[in-house]
Design a protein around this ligand. Structure first.
Ligand SMILES: [Zn+2]
Ligand SMILES: [Zn+2]
Length: 250
């Protein structure tokens, strides 16, 4: 399994605001598959998936696909997202997908004043299972984004066999992004499903608050039945024909 001496501050490191990650345990990709320091490792989790229950089906209600209906959504800047990114990421992920392993990437870009533009798909070093993906060596990611003055606008990952939805793990991961930048969005690519991609954000309120306040430590768990997340591509994320740079750090 994955080992590193210290991980508590890396979310802050990545987003350059170390004070912003207080007590919630779900800040980063790898928080979901790493045991907390004070607890024994859930050894069965990564090594013997047959010993844990199968992932729950999507429990969260998906808000009406109109986007832009919660108070924060109406204030969001537009984010332009290159159409190419979907197929190219799916293609990069195909080797992992064939092995029933997820792949994850970061969507980086620029603030163009009135709007954000995704310019770069960064594939970090990572390790994954059939339903989780975790970044390794995030300092390389930080170095890259700083050198290039790029902003983390979102993240993208595959569901090798499952449909296109936000799992509870995904929701917790995404809450870390969205609390840092309200425009942050999550792309899920589900090559074996229809639809084969989705672009999501947490409703704000109540989704973002619900997830940030959730203290459940099990990786997969249900949330209260309220509209937790919604489509963002019918809201502030606009898919456009734009150039895309791909950088693979693996
Ligand atoms: Zn997922
Ligand atoms: Zn939760």
């Amino acid at each position: 399994m994955f080992h590193r001496p210290s991980h508590a501050s890396h979310f802050g490191l990545l987003f350059q605001t170390p004070e912003s990650a207080p007590h919630n345990h779900h800040h980063h990709f790898y928080h979901h598959i790493l045991p907390k320091k004070s607890q024994p490792a859930p050894a069965s989790y990564a090594t013997a998936p047959q010993t844990r229950p199968p992932p729950l089906p999507p429990k969260e209600l998906v808000a009406p696909a109109l986007g832009g209906t919660d108070p924060v959504a109406r204030e969001l800047k537009t984010v332009s997202f290159p159409r190419d990114c979907l197929n190219r990421f799916t293609s990069i992920a195909s080797i992992n997908t064939a092995r029933n392993r997820e792949t994850c990437g970061l969507l980086l870009g620029k603030d163009k004043g009135g709007r954000f533009v995704v310019t770069t798909l960064l594939i970090p070093k990572q390790h994954s299972t059939s339903d989780t993906c975790a970044m390794d060596e995030e300092e390389l990611v930080l170095q890259f984004t700083e050198e290039r003055s790029l902003i983390t606008l979102g993240w993208i990952h595959t569901h090798p066999t499952q449909s296109c939805f936000m799992s509870s793990v995904d929701l917790h991961t995404h809450s870390g992004f969205q609390r840092m930048l309200p425009e942050s969005f999550a792309v899920v690519c589900a090559p074996k499903s229809t639809p084969n991609f989705g672009i999501f954000r947490l409703t704000d309120p109540p989704g973002l608050q619900t997830i940030l306040e959730c203290q459940v430590t099990e990786a997969f768990h249900p949330h209260p039945e309220r509209p937790i997340y919604t489509d963002a591509d019918k809201g502030h994320v606009q898919i456009k024909d734009l150039p895309l740079e791909i950088v693979d750090l693996r």
